[in-house]
Design a binder for this molecule. Structure first.
Ligand SMILES: [Ca+2]
Ligand SMILES: [Ca+2]
Length: 356
């Protein structure tokens, strides 16, 4: 056989081996073969009026819950692709809490509203600010609203755009004008995002934003997703969706972050909620990422809620509070509690209310 043919065959062989290896790593990053062991909670019910997602939920210490709904995002299903997104409010002090759509002040472009991660901030004067990651035309902006409880409305204060905020997934507010944001991918283009995930690039990061300084504070994630802060505001928690873990970071006076530890889990961790009273972390997780990203109504993505206690200790406790195969709730992305009531939100499906 000619030398050229042998070489050609060797090259094809090596490329095939590399591709097979890539596919296997990709499948393990997406937990492609995992099926959930169901963990049931009694007396849960689906929340009326939420049909096209409840990707992120943030509950104020007084029991008012904000819910972002209607996300349209590359590689993700939408049940209402032509309907603008919305923000719902639920008062968890009510005996039978209902989800009510918040009115948004005039002058804000509602038709392209595509809300994703959210975060609240309570100022010294008790003003409540709601920060919302928005994807108008699939770009990334952060919208800052002031919540006016008297008339159930959000007054739009400003739109923040920045080249470092290129593919924002979630944010955690640090003040009325500053936040940390996760960029879940380096690329925002649909095909390039797929390649980024397929090749296993760790180009995803976390950015600090303020009016005077914008900087990358951590990088090297496969896909940084949910971000939140401890009640004493000393530690920041960052979920890496495709690495199946949560990074515990120490926050410094200049807003830089250094890593204290990483908690490894067997699920794709999405948003993180922190109980303001106990400091417990509630994680909305995707047991099987393949079912989430390649949606099949016959075999839908399931839901999984983890409760993480004493994360700073030697042995944090991880409890599966709820797990389900998608016959009730598809693609849980967030879980948050207030006074014995649990809300579970999803990327594009419905939302669940569970008394604990
Ligand atoms: Ca959030
Ligand atoms: Ca998220």
């Amino acid at each position: 056989m000619a030398m050229g043919k042998v070489l050609g065959l060797a090259v094809v062989g090596i490329l095939t081996a590399l591709l097979v290896e890539r596919v296997m790593v990709f499948r393990s990053k997406f937990n492609a073969s995992r099926e959930v062991e169901p963990v049931d909670l009694p007396n849960c019910h689906l929340i009326k009026g939420i049909e096209a997602g409840s990707e992120d939920i943030d509950i104020l210490p007084n029991g008012l819950a904000f819910i972002s709904s209607g996300l349209k995002y590359p590689w993700l299903k939408s049940f209402a692709p032509d309907k603008p997104g919305e923000i719902f409010l639920m008062d968890l002090n009510d005996r039978n809490p209902r989800a009510m759509e918040l009115r948004i002040s005039r002058g804000f472009d509602l038709t392209s509203f595509n809300p994703h991660g959210i975060s609240t901030f309570i100022d010294k004067d008790d003003s409540v600010y709601l920060f919302v990651v928005n994807h108008p035309e699939l770009k990334s902006t952060v919208e800052v609203f002031k919540f006016v409880e008297e008339d159930n409305s959000l007054v739009h204060l400003k739109t923040i755009r920045h080249e470092r905020l290129s593919s924002v997934n979630d944010i955690v507010a640090l003040g009325p004008d500053r936040f940390y944001a996760t960029n879940d991918n380096y690329f925002s283009d649909r095909i390039l995002r797929f390649l980024e995930m397929f090749l296993g690039l760790t180009w995803s990061n976390v950015v600090y934003y303020s009016p005077t300084e914008v900087k990358e504070v951590v990088s090297g994630f496969y896909s940084s997703n949910g971000i939140n802060i401890s009640p004493d505001r000393k530690h920041v928690y960052i979920a890496d969706l495709l690495a199946h873990n949560i990074h515990v970071m120490e926050k410094h006076a200049n807003w830089s972050l250094t890593q204290l530890k990483v908690l490894e889990l067997d699920t794709l961790v999405d948003n993180l909620a922190v109980d303001p009273y106990t400091g417990d972390i509630w994680a909305g997780c995707h047991p099987n990422g393949m079912k989430l990203f390649f949606y099949d109504p016959e075999n839908p993505p399931g839901s999984e809620v983890l409760l993480i206690q004493n994360i700073l200790s030697e042995k944090p406790t991880v409890t599966t509070v709820y797990a389900e195969n998608g016959s009730v709730l598809q693609g849980s992305s967030v879980a948050a509690v207030y006074s014995g009531k649990l809300l579970i939100g999803t990327v594009f499906h419905r939302a669940l209310y569970c008394p604990l």
